[in-house]
Design a protein around this ligand. Structure first.
Ligand SMILES: Nc1ncnc2c1ncn2[C@@H]1O[C@H](COP(=O)(O)OP(=O)(O)OP(=O)(O)O)[C@@H](O)[C@H]1O
Length: 264
């Protein structure tokens, strides 16, 4: 039995001379929804790529699902579910064909494939849409299909990189209800987001800025600690305090903070 599903310490990633991720440590327990929150370029995707076993850290150490980041990247890849903001679906295939295609990647038995596809079509509310060509689905349906594809092999850890970017508010709500249900079943979820309301829905969050984790905690704890009205104010307060810069307007959901700061 592993203590933490994600347990990494002092992860750093340097591209040429550019430090994209600087000294990130994370511990995530089973069945928790953990959010990485930060503006564009903060280092969220780079962190996630290291945790998925696809990018070797420059230094640091750690395990995901008990597998070593350096030596067992393949094992990590096989055992996690991953969904990116770009939904890697085949647009010209039908809903069912996409699910079949991804099942084959995980080398599941014929019977398991049949059962899992039925379960996931049900879960994603895609019943009746099996023969629809994927490009004809709306963003919300594509998102739910992509989630279904990421869950075919019953991963214990689901990693979602900005899964709701560009999806309408109703679909976002439906999607988050599915996330809660998966967490209730014991699946651990790591999600990156720009949206404060989504961050508030997480059990724990880490604020990421300029490659660093500024702070971590439950949304309630963080708001209490800074005696703030909301998470956005807490985030801004940490950026100002730790980075020594003045932030005097809202950035979230418009992704302007990083651009503005670069221009200052
Ligand atoms: N392969 C790479 N080579 C060089 N620089 C990179 C590479 N990948 C990422 N970076 C840089 O590292 C920084 C962090 O990028 P990353 O994609 O992790 O940020 P992010 O928080 O996920 O932002 P976004 O929300 O835009 O995806 C950025 O400045 C980016 O340009």
């Amino acid at each position: 039995m592993i203590d933490y599903v994600v347990d990494v310490k002092n992860l750093r990633k340097v591209f040429n001379n550019y430090v994209a991720v600087d000294d990130i440590s994370l511990k995530i327990s089973k069945g928790k929804i953990f959010g990485l929150l930060g503006p564009n370029g903060a280092g969220k995707s780079t962190t996630i790529r290291m945790l998925c076993g696809v990018l070797t850290p420059t230094c640091g150490e750690g395990k995901v699902l008990g597998y070593d980041l350096y030596k067992e990247g393949e094992k990590i890849k096989q055992n996690i579910g991953y969904m990116s903001q770009k939904f890697s679906l085949y647009e010209d295939l039908t809903v069912l064909e996409n699910l079949k295609f991804y099942s084959n990647i995980y080398s599941l038995s014929k019977n398991t494939i049949k059962r899992r596809i039925e379960e996931l079509i049900e879960m994603a509310g895609l019943k009746g849409k099996e023969k629809t060509i994927t490009k004809n689905l709306s963003g919300g349906w594509k998102q739910r299909l992509a989630l279904g594809c990421a869950l075919l092999h019953k991963p214990k850890l689901l990693i979602l990189d900005e899964p709701t970017a560009g999806v309408d508010p109703v679909s976002r709500r439906i999607f988050w209800n599915m996330i809660y249900e998966l967490a209730n079943q014991g699946i651990t979820i790591l999600v990156t987001t720009h949206y404060m309301d989504e961050a508030e829905s997480c059990d724990e969050i880490a604020f990421v800025f300029s490659g660093k984790i500024l702070t971590k905690g439950t949304p309630k704890e963080l708001i209490r600690r800074k005696n703030s009205r909301n998470l956005e104010d807490v985030f801004i307060s940490y950026v100002e305090e730790q980075m020594g810069i003045k932030v005097n307007y809202s950035f979230v959901e418009r992704n302007v903070l990083s651009n503005k700061l670069e221009g200052e």
